[in-house]
Design a protein around this ligand. Structure first.
Ligand code: SIN
Length: 530
């Protein structure tokens, strides 16, 4: 039996949960999460939320820093709106019970500093900012009778009129969802559907993202005819812990904000060679400098030295990072730790307007899955939780004013048809292809790119995609297979976007076109012809 809701929210990170809470109580809302509500990229965010609170700071300074990072591709109207709404939404989080860190013996917010910011403006909860925000938002959602939570439900594909061959403007009607506990596909219909599915870091071999970040929202939106924008701009975080078992555990940029230094394995500093702001240069420059040092010298890692901070400060300000490093045998207070860059954030995604609307009627996108115009060619650190909060609120404002679209009766819409699909006894094919894609993205579509590598990557991905497609239609779908299909598609879109941009700008750096070109001072857009 299909399920009917006024608003279907796919994803339970900061954007999705903010939206659920800020929509009018009269709406029946579902929040569909692939895993538990507590597992999302938002909940592992360490840094915090960038917002103007310092007396010396100003909206204009935060706007300038954001536009500078975006390298000509941010939409100034969106940047202004996000930055101006930030403080109010942070006060709203506090009113719900989020406990942000305060200065010692003071009620004033303790503001952190991160790369590319000209002032201290990172509102944080020690080094577990995302976890604290999600703790409160999830608790509030669970209290509300109009918010229905579906955990361990994997959105497979959007149901849209064009895909069904109906005439008229393409409109989203709902979504097919795999119930990961029962293994059944369920049909959800909604007046409006909101993608809040996060990013796609798992397309890369090394990533700071949780396992669920497989680009599901971007892939579903593309398959339904949404415009996908700026996918070549993949942000690599400069410092993840280098350890065989650490799964690219993030070492927050806030540590460099407190004076952390990057060193070669022999202890010599190098960031002064690359940028006047050294360790606090914009993130793309720091990641590229580390990559260059590692490749030129054959290092497996570089070092991050924060020993000057002392164990008392480190334990108070960065308790989670300090503890995690200890578990891997590194005492941050005693000696420098080995770090490497890893894929961290997709600046592009499903193109939206200032209210989160996509080109498909009734379909919205918010948070990392979206390309709203805030980040442009490079995201300023800690502007992403801010964007999630603000765009959750923007969609709520829009829907509360305009109402939801009428729900489709469902009469002409087929239930999911598994056809002749059988159980596969070849799971090794799926894991082999997973591994191959992530490795090729890391090696050919990484921090530094070239025409030759991108073309090779495109040839390989096309081949892998046709194999995966064949597998998809013949065997019963599983979570791994669905994710594989999505990472293959998103990887192809990243490669095609990167090939199109024949210049270096922001996070896209290619040795064949090492400079910025006015001709390319515009977004890259891809849309599937239906
Ligand atoms: C960090 O804590 O370094 C991550 C912050 C971010 O990616 O915005």
């Amino acid at each position: 039996m299909p399920k009917y809701f006024d608003v279907l929210i796919i994803g339970g990170g900061v954007a999705g949960l903010t939206l659920a809470l800020r929509l009018d109580r009269k709406y029946d809302i579902s929040v569909i999460c692939k895993s538990s509500i507590y597992e999302s990229a938002s909940s592992v965010a360490q840094g915090g939320i960038a917002a103007v609170f310092d007396r010396e700071d100003s909206f204009e300074d935060h706007i300038r820093d954001t536009l500078r990072a975006g390298e000509g591709l941010s939409d100034e109207k969106v940047v202004r709106m996000c930055i101006q709404k930030g403080p109010t939404l942070i006060r709203w989080l506090e009113s719900l019970g989020v406990e942000f860190s305060r200065k010692e013996n003071s009620e004033e917010l303790d503001l952190g500093l991160e790369g590319g910011h000209s002032h201290r403006r990172i509102v944080h909860a020690k080094d577990i900012s995302g976890k604290e925000v999600i703790r409160v938002l999830a608790r509030e959602c669970l209290k509300k009778e109009n918010i229905h939570l579906f955990e361990h439900h994997f959105a497979v594909d959007l149901i849209s009129t064009s895909k069904l061959g109906f005439s008229g403007r393409n409109r989203v009607l709902g979504v097919y969802v795999l119930n990961l506990k029962s293994g059944e596909i369920e049909t959800f219909f909604g007046g409006n559907v909101v993608l809040a599915t996060g990013g796609a870091g798992k397309t890369y071999l090394y990533t700071s993202n949780p396992d669920i970040s497989t680009g599901d929202g971007i892939a579903m939106a593309y398959r339904s005819g949404a415009v996908i924008e700026n996918l070549e701009f993949v942000q690599f975080h400069p410092t993840c812990l280098y350890h065989p078992e650490a799964k690219s555990f993030l070492i927050s940029e806030a540590l460099r904000g407190e004076g952390g230094r990057l060193l070669r394995p022999d202890g010599s500093p190098f960031m002064h060679i690359y940028h006047a702001r050294k360790e606090l240069a914009p993130r793309d420059i720091v990641a590229r400098s580390i990559d260059f040092e590692m490749k030129k010298n054959g290092f497996d890692y570089v070092l991050l030295d924060v020993t000057h901070l002392g164990s008392e400060f480190l334990m108070r300000r960065f308790p989670s990072i300090y503890q995690k490093c200890l578990e891997y045998g590194f005492d941050l207070a005693v000696r420098p730790i080995p770090v490497v860059p890893a894929a961290h954030y997709f600046c592009g995604g499903v193109k939206t307007d200032i209210f989160g609307k996509t080109n498909i009627e009734g379909l919205f996108a918010i948070g990392e899955v979206a390309s709203t115009g805030l980040h442009g060619a490079n995201r300023l650190a800690s502007n992403s939780l801010l964007e999630g909060l603000v765009f959750g609120d923007q969609v709520a404002t829009y829907v509360n004013n305009k109402g939801v679209l009428e729900k489709y009766s469902g009469k002409r819409i087929p239930d999911w048809d598994a056809g002749d699909a059988v159980d596969s006894d070849e799971a090794v094919v799926v894991s082999q292809n997973w591994d191959e894609i992530r490795r090729l993205m890391w090696n050919y579509v990484g921090i530094v790119r070239s025409n030759k590598r991108l073309k090779r990557a495109l040839r390989r991905i096309n081949l892998l995609k046709s194999e995966i497609n064949e597998y998809y239609w013949n065997f019963k779908i599983t979570k791994d297979l669905l994710e594989l299909r999505n990472i293959a598609l998103v990887s192809e879109l990243v490669i095609r976007s990167a090939i199109t941009r024949k210049e270096s700008r922001g996070l896209h750096y290619t040795i064949d076109y090492p400079f910025k070109s006015e001709k390319f001072a515009k977004p890259t857009r891809i849309k599937r012809r239906l």
